[in-house]
Write a protein of this length. Sequence first.
Length: 236
Amino acid sequence: MRISLVGSFSFRSFSAFARRCVAGNIPKEKGVCYRTALLLVPLLCLFFKGVVPARADNSGQTTPTTPFMPMMGAFGGGSNQPFSPIRSGILRYPSQGHALKGDPSYCTTFRYNSRPPSSGPMTDTYIAKNDLPEASLSPCTLVNVIHRGNIVLFYDPARLTPDGVRTLHQIASDDASAEGFLQQQKLGYGVLLVTAKYQDPLVLLAWRRILPLPFIDRIKINLFLSRYRGQIVRKS
C-alpha cells in the first residue's frame, strides 16, 4: 500500500493513518510515519505555544499570550499601545513655567518659545467668546486657558470650506451663555475657536503641544482632544 502525503486529505483518513502508524500495521511505510511525526510535532508545538495560561509580569498583572503577530496601530506601535503624539505630527515644546502675572503688558515683551504660546507667563483672564481674532487676545490669556486644560483651535475661515467651518463649530464649546462659557474654561474642558492666520489653516493648541493640520482631520482632532483636554497643569 502506498501512502501519499501530497495534497489534501480528510481528517478521518489522517486519523486512520495515525492509528495504523501507532499500531505498526504498515511496516513497509514506517519511514513515512517517522517523517510525518517529525513534521507534525514542531507544527503542533508552534500552534499550542500561544494558548498557554496567561503569565504574570513584574507588576503582578497577567499578560495573555497569542500565537499571532500584533497588529500595527494607526499611529505607530502595536494595536494595544497608547497613542503616541510625537509620531502623529504634534510639536512638543519645553516648559517656560506658568508664573501668574498681574500686569498684562509683561506678556507683550516676554519671548515665548512657540507661536501660539504653549507655556510661560499668564494672567487670570479668559476668552470671552468663540471666533475672536488672535490679535485681540493677550498671550497671557491664551497660556492661562491652556494651563487649565482647555484646547484652543486656531483656524483661518478663508482657507476652509463652509462645511469645515461648521464642523469646527460643532466641536467647539457652546458660547451662547457667557457665564457657561467661562465656567467651562475654569473647569478645563473647553474647546475654544480663535481666528488666526498660520502656515496651516488649522492649528490645535494645548499645554506645551501644538498640532498644525493642513485640513480638518477628525481622527487626529479627536485623539488630540481625548489626550490633552482636561489635563490641568500642576507643575512646570
